[in-house]
Design a protein around this ligand. Structure first.
Ligand code: ADP
Ligand code: TRP
Length: 332
């Protein structure tokens, strides 16, 4: 079956190494093989009430970063959600058949009710409806997102199927996540915990535009063990994290060397981190410089966004025309 790939990216500041290996690399792969719609979910970000300055700044930044990292406006459709008003119209239509009970049961919504009880707006409640509109508007079938989005995708299937039933059609296809069995990587953070995440703070993250000295310091301060483990013992979580990071950027013989010294109890974590910092810098340097160039190239970024909006609107307008007609908005 031919696939159409759709994914939204929240404009939340700069990209870290986890975003690169966990998301961007998948996008780069998909754009070579399938029709792809990648967009900055700026309508969605209104649920947290950013100032116009913050919203505009972070949308520009994320868009430029994705371009710099290789998303190609000729190969994929890269656009801003807010440039495609048809999405808002489909959201309105889908909202008419989205029920309070099912929306209130969504985990991400319940989480917000717990964490910010005094700021629960209708946008948060209907977040999954807007996300369904994002996907269905292009007839998306594959959605490269993390596991936390699984429930939202289930809702997108529900809303699409409900529309199909109501209007006696097979118009919308079912979208599915790219599952964990399809080579998803998890990049660990530097503070010894689970995955690298913005919410874990500056010291946990390697940002793609970290300056060399910042990068080196962060890695040298990464959590490890205080001394070598007993020969033959298993790696602790923080040490395993460092090896996982090495696997992303170091040569196999370097990894084999530290593996060996870990096994025989002679490993020096200072040496390991020094090597990791060096190889990380080699990996990040070209990305950093491409990001900086792109951020400064407003003309190119603006042109790409315009081209993306045109392509996205073409696909979205077709869907909306067909949907309106199926629903009975047919003019006189
Ligand atoms: P964060 O957790 O830092 O807030 P986001 O939730 O904005 O990151 O993630 C954006 C994309 O990057 C998602 O597709 C997510 O699956 C991916 N991603 C984020 N962190 C990691 C990580 N540590 N390892 C792999 N992929 C990640
Ligand atoms: N909710 C997604 C996230 O938090 C972002 C998103 C919005 C999205 N619309 C989408 C992802 C449509 C995939 C498809 O990461």
């Amino acid at each position: 079956m031919s696939e159409t790939v759709v994914s939204g990216i929240r404009p939340t500041g700069k990209l870290h190494l986890g975003n690169y290996f966990g998301a961007v690399q998948n996008f780069l792969k998909f754009q070579e093989a399938h029709p792809c719609y990648f967009f900055i979910a700026d309508y969605h970000s209104l649920t947290t009430h950013p100032t116009p300055e913050d919203l505009g700044g972070s949308v520009y930044r994320v868009f430029a970063e994705y371009l710099a990292l290789g998303l190609d406006p000729e190969k994929c459709t890269l656009y801003l959600q807010s440039d495609v008003p048809e999405v808002a119209e489909l959201y309105l239509f889908l909202n008419m058949n989205a029920y309070l009970g099912e929306l209130e049961r969504v985990s991400s919504f319940k989480e917000k009710v717990r964490s910010q009880p005094n700021n629960i707006n209708a946008g948060l409640l209907t977040y999954p409806v807007l996300m369904a509109a994002d996907i269905l508007i292009h007839h998306g079938t594959r959605v490269p997102v993390g596991k936390d989005q699984e429930q939202h995708l289930e809702m997108a299937r529900t809303f699409g199927n409900r529309f199909n039933r109501m209007y006696n059609t097979e118009y919308f296809k079912e979208p599915f996540a790219i599952g964990s069995d399809e080579g998803l990587v998890k990049v660990p953070g530097l503070t010894g915990g689970g995955k690298m995440s913005k919410s874990a703070g500056e010291a946990d993250n390697i940002y793609l535009d970290d300056e060399p000295e910042v990068l080196r310091k962060k890695i040298m301060r990464a959590v490890s063990d205080s001394g070598p483990a007993e020969p033959g013992s298993a790696k602790s979580q923080p040490v395993q994290n460092l090896f996982d990071l090495m696997a992303l950027v170091c040569k196999p013989d370097v990894i084999a060397h530290f593996d060996e010294t870990h096994k025989n109890g002679t490993i020096r974590y200072g040496d390991l981190k020094k090597q990791l910092a060096e190889d990380m810098e080699t990996f990040v340097a070209p990305l950093r410089s491409r990001i900086q160039d792109m951020l400064n190239n407003k003309e190119l970024v603006t042109k790409a966004a315009k081209r993306g909006a045109e392509k996205a609107r073409e696909s979205a307008a077709k869907t909306i025309t067909e949907v309106r007609s199926m629903m009975g908005f047919r003019g006189f």
